[in-house]
Design a protein around this ligand. Structure first.
Ligand SMILES: [Zn+2]
Length: 307
């Protein structure tokens, strides 16, 4: 459990209060980062910008009708049909240095700017551990000139994810839409050659950070449990994305889930566990603060954002 009294950066926490209702009204006011204490470990959730999907009621949720999706967005506090999709990287200050969970999109300087504003020096990142290899999670590995954006970082990747995205047979049978992801993965990891290690679910990737299998969104997708003593924070990558859609309706799946059946099963298991065990969660695509508690609500769940 996370102790709210241990939240650092009072100024940042205070800034969240007015920003949350503003977000609910669909404005572009987004806090750039916030700190969360997990026992003695400090995690910082850093925003890396956002994109707006013009109409999330069509072509996004694959097994719901547009009017159902529109109603869910309304109920979740966003007017729709547009949906703001933020990117949030979690960075943990560990005994061995800064550990990043995913690397951002690389599409804008937002992550680098917000890291520096949060007092986090990209040169002090010693490890980047990945949930999965979709472009918005590995793009930030490269600087604009193609060099390593985190020159002192080692890389840790889920073994099953690495095996999939480096398999020429998988690449050749991939759909047109997914095939470019293979070349992109090769390109993004290239400058880190010789510094990449693979791990299996259950492995401790850094002190206090353990990988947990949450496959389905992608073949080797993992989440990371950050723990110190009894305090826990689960960083779930894309195992659950937009809460208004996929927490409220755990059977729904987005176009980006590569194995929908497995992704839905994983999502339901995670939601039950998070609500039952009262574990705080961070979602890569949750609206800032992107951190909260999962509660049962009707036939589904809802995210209660960290206040
Ligand atoms: Zn993503």
């Amino acid at each position: 459990m996370m102790d709210r009294r241990t939240l650092l950066a009072a100024g940042t926490a205070a800034a969240l209060a007015p920003a949350l209702p503003a977000l609910a009204q669909g404005t572009a006011v987004t806090p750039a980062f916030h700190h969360v204490m997990v026992g003695g470990l400090r995690a910082t959730v850093v925003n890396d910008g956002a994109v707006t999907r013009a109409d999330a009621t069509r072509g996004f949720v694959m097994n719901a009708q547009p009017d159902q999706v529109a109603a869910a967005l309304q109920a979740g506090g966003t007017p729709g049909p547009a949906l703001v999709n933020p990117y949030n990287v979690t960075i943990i200050r560990t005994a061995v240095g800064l550990v990043m969970l995913d690397a951002g999109t690389g599409a804008t300087p937002a992550l680098m700017v917000n890291m520096r504003n949060a007092g986090l020096d990209p040169a002090q990142v010693v490890l980047i551990a990945h949930t999965h290899f979709h472009g918005d999670h590995i793009g930030g590995l490269l600087a604009a000139d193609g060099s390593a954006a985190f020159p002192n970082a080692r890389i840790a990747v889920p073994e099953a994810e690495w095996n999939f995205w480096t398999d020429p047979a998988e690449e050749s049978r991939a759909t047109e839409a997914r095939r470019p992801g293979f070349a992109n993965a090769r390109r993004r990891f290239a400058p880190y050659d010789g510094r990449i290690s693979r791990f299996a679910p259950g492995a401790q990737v850094a002190p206090g950070i353990t990988a947990m299998a949450t496959h389905g969104h992608s073949p080797g997708h993992v989440s990371f449990l950050v723990a110190d003593g009894n305090a826990q924070l689960l960083v779930i990558g894309d195992a659950i994305t937009t809460p208004a859609l996929f927490m409220a309706n755990p059977d729904w799946y987005p176009v980006f889930d590569m194995d929908p059946t497995m992704a839905v099963a994983t999502r339901k298991r995670l939601l039950d566990q998070l609500a039952t065990d009262r574990i705080a969660v961070v979602g890569y695509h949750f609206p800032m603060p992107a951190t909260g508690m999962v509660e049962r609500a009707g036939s589904g769940y809802r995210l209660v954002p960290l206040a």
